[in-house]
Ligand binder design. Structure first.
Ligand SMILES: [Zn+2]
Length: 288
């Protein structure tokens, strides 16, 4: 796992089809390592990291994407955040037993896939699709057809070592021959899980497409990064009723804010709380 996670973009100019290939193995490891997730939840988070990376790479602007699964099953929530810098993080909440042979449906139950796109400038967009497909990839293909009318194929693979995936998509506003797209999808389908996860990206691309004319662009690093901070926790504390905060401080001497995503703790004592209330939280930052 020493190789840096990367995203490669490529283009079949003659067919007006674009592709993305990503490996998120290290990011996946970082996302699940401080949590006690059952195996199928770990796998699903790996798939969601792949999907979120591929989706963020389709954005033409700076911003964030959140891919979220929610339902009435034992896995009540699974969420991945990603942005245009390919910084990803994620978390899942579950209760009860999740057996090893669980499927997407048996984990999520009656549920939805919610995709929220938040550009840095401009309006937030939210798309919701029911879990009609058997797999996350099928649900996302469905999402692209409904939200953007763009034929899209996702190939998401995980094993005990890592997680990787490929997206193929018809170029918006261009004439794409359906046979060309199906041909490229059929080629892509032939990749074996261990090849996709273990081989360098250029080897995978050569194996799949050496008879096609593809332009491959400079890769972009993919990293695990949690966006939590002491300052953000302070902002949350400010929104809580003062009496409630004071009560905890009186009883425990401190407030321990815990990040669900990365497991970081942010401790606030009476002095910190007073500072937050007078908006001097930045100065107290260095003391911890
Ligand atoms: Zn965090």
């Amino acid at each position: 796992m020493s190789v840096q996670d990367q995203l490669h973009r490529y283009l079949f100019e003659n067919a007006a089809v674009r592709g993305e290939l990503v490996n998120v193995s290290n990011t996946w490891h970082e996302t699940v390592k401080n949590h006690d997730y059952p195996a199928p939840v770990q796998t699903l988070l790996g798939e969601m990291l792949v999907a979120t990376s591929l989706l963020t790479a389709t954005l033409k602007f700076d911003g964030e994407i959140t891919v979220q699964l929610q339902g009435d099953g034992p896995l009540s929530l699974a969420v991945i955040n990603g942005n245009n810098n390919q910084e990803l993080r994620g978390v899942a909440r579950f209760k009860g037993e999740i057996p090893d042979d669980s499927t997407l449906k048996s984990m999520v139950g009656n549920g939805y896939l919610v995709i929220t796109i938040s550009p840095e400038k401009g309006e937030r967009y939210q798309g919701v699709v029911g879990l009609e497909g058997e797999t996350l990839a099928e649900c996302l293909e469905d999402y692209f057809m409904r939200s953007e009318q763009l034929p899209t194929r996702l190939f998401i693979r995980t094993n005990e070592k890592g997680a990787a995936g490929i997206l193929l998509q018809v170029m918006p506003a261009q004439e794409t021959n359906k046979d060309d797209f199906d041909h490229l999808a059929a080629l892509t389908e032939t990749i074996k899980t261990e090849e996709l996860i273990d081989l360098p990206a250029n080897d995978v691309l050569w194996r799949l497409y050496h008879q096609e004319e593809a332009t491959v662009y400079e890769p972009q690093p993919v990293v695990y990064k949690c966006t939590c901070s002491r300052e953000r926790c302070g902002d949350v504390l400010k929104t809580l009723p003062q009496e409630e905060v004071d009560e905890i401080i009186e009883e425990d001497g401190k407030i321990d804010m815990h990040c669900d995503y990365c497991g970081s703790h942010y401790i606030f004592d009476a002095v910190d709380i007073a500072a937050i209330r007078t908006n001097t939280v930045e100065n107290s930052d260095r003391l911890h």
